[in-house]
Design a protein around this ligand. Structure first.
Ligand code: IPD
Ligand code: CA
Ligand code: CA
Length: 278
């Protein structure tokens, strides 16, 4: 059965403005179907797993299955679009469009049976992200945004937290996969020491894409992390910005290091980390 009957018409739309909402709908369909694939094997005793960069960094058969599914769907709908996927890298085409996908964000959680994991799909046109979709299937939470079109959670408009009192804030963060091989300065513990004592709470939920969506929805007041990859944040960053938030880099010497939240909170975090305000 063709579950995406509308996709055959998608490639007809020429301009990025016309395409945006159509691509968004297709990305939603794909993300939700990938989420169903994830749920089928969630907490299965027979989940196949292997390690990647180190023993801390795992990939499951479901990461691979979801990536293959998403790439096949994207190329069926848009044969000329490039795709950058975490598990198989860049599938480059002669195109201004690029889909940036994390087929399963939160693999460590997923492989342990912890319920916070997601599918993340960002779509860029000439380097600018125009569409973002993150779906957390166990929670059945769908976050969406299109450039200048606002952000939504399960179809309802969302906005970042308006809190400015740092002591009342709950932030999210994460720890890079190379945490065992870098100095403590580079494994985020220095930042935790600088921020945690001043916060109401700190959470490490285990899916950067979902963390960003929680910021967009005001469920987390803010978030910072370092050592991220483009697929971790392509969709989530647009969702935060379209929800009225800011995403600001805080270090240039590591793979993507960002602070997210409302402008005042981002500046407060930057100052506590000893960085210039944005
Ligand atoms: C990881 C998660 C995690 C973050 C790591 C990411 P993965 O993605 O988003 O929360 O701390 O930096 O690599 O490996 O589960 O796709
Ligand atoms: Ca990821
Ligand atoms: Ca992943």
């Amino acid at each position: 059965m063709d579950i995406f009957p509308h996709r055959r018409f998608a490639a007809k739309f020429a301009s990025p403005v016309e395409d945006k909402e159509h691509i968004l709908q297709i990305a939603i369909d794909m993300a939700m179907e990938a989420g169903r694939i994830q749920l089928r094997k969630f907490r299965s005793r027979h989940l196949e797993m292997e390690t990647k960069s180190s023993i801390h960094d795992v990939v499951t058969e479901v990461d691979k299955e979801c990536e293959a599914f998403l790439i096949a769907q994207i190329h069926e709908a848009y044969p000329t679009h490039s795709v950058l996927g975490e598990e198989t890298g860049l599938h480059q085409k002669e195109s201004d469009w690029e889909w940036v996908i994390d087929p399963l964000d939160g693999t460590n959680n997923y492989s342990q049976g912890l319920p916070v994991f997601s599918v993340s799909i960002g779509v860029k046109y000439k380097g600018e992200t125009l569409v973002g979709v993150v779906y957390a299937p166990y929670l059945d939470e769908l976050f969406t945004a299109s450039k200048d079109g606002g952000a939504a959670m399960n179809g309802r408009a969302i906005h970042v937290s308006r809190k400015t009192n740092f002591g009342a804030c709950v932030l999210g963060t994460g720890f890079p996969y190379d945490k065992g091989s870098v100095t403590s300065y580079d494994n985020n513990l220095d930042n935790v020491c600088a921020l945690l004592p001043k916060l109401r709470g700190l959470r490490r939920m285990g899916s950067a894409a979902y963390d960003l969506c929680c910021v967009a929805a005001g469920i987390l007041d803010g978030y910072w992390e370092l050592g991220l990859k483009p697929w971790d944040l392509c969709a989530g960053a647009l969702i935060v910005e379209e929800a009225g938030g800011k995403i600001v880099p805080f270090r240039q010497d590591r793979p993507i290091a960002i602070v997210a939240g409302n402008q005042a909170l981002v500046n407060r975090i930057l100052s506590l980390l000893g960085k210039d305000k944005a």
